[in-house]
Design a protein. Sequence first.
Length: 258
Amino acid sequence: MKVVLFCGGLGTRLRDYATTMPKPLVPIGDRPLMWHLMKYYAHFGYKEFILCLGYKANMIKDYFLNYNECVSNDFVFSNGGEVKLIKSDIQDWKITFVDTGLNSNIGQRLKAVEKYIGDDEMFMANYSDCLSDLDLNSYIQRFEKTNKTACFLTVPLQQSFHSVVLGENSKIESIQPIKTLNIAINGGYFIFRRNVFEYLQEGEELVEKPFNRLMQANQLMTYEYNGFWKAMDTFKDKVEYDRMFSNGDSPWQLWKDE
């Protein structure tokens, strides 16, 4: 299966980075966010990627065109300049770079790469700003046993603010952490059968009208996940990722056990 990654957003809420680089290239340790996500898929054997580019697409292209394997791999340096890698990250990856428009929404970006899916009956897709330790094989196997067209991950709400329930005359009925309300959010990690394009019309945002059509046709399912999942949406999230990585607490790096 191919993996479609949505890499074209502006990332305006990630201050200090949005004006200098696309969010997928924001670093976690010595590699960018999108590399960690692609390495995750490659760990499970899915190494053919389609990148939906937009904002600062040239920077993402340049990153891979000038990719340095030595940054994250052991190697032997000899004879004053000869480099022999002990292992490789991306040597067996195939990456298709597609300009899907600066201001396109997710649905438009997906529609723009339809022809690159080829004859594959199924494919995966994801936002490029969230990482997880999800067992991808179990997730795929569950979907394959159904006749559904689309599936996505649902994860607990990440925010820490409080909800306020109001009664008549602005009387406060209750105040409680939003996490206690058992609200789930869309966590991405989509799996699609190729007939998903039949539900997607020109210009539509993927999870709005198309997903409603899928629901009405009983062709949409979800996979509830309570393990590690975290988006890099704000500068606070970036700081938290840096803290986790520096402490050796990086549960998304399943490949470390290889």
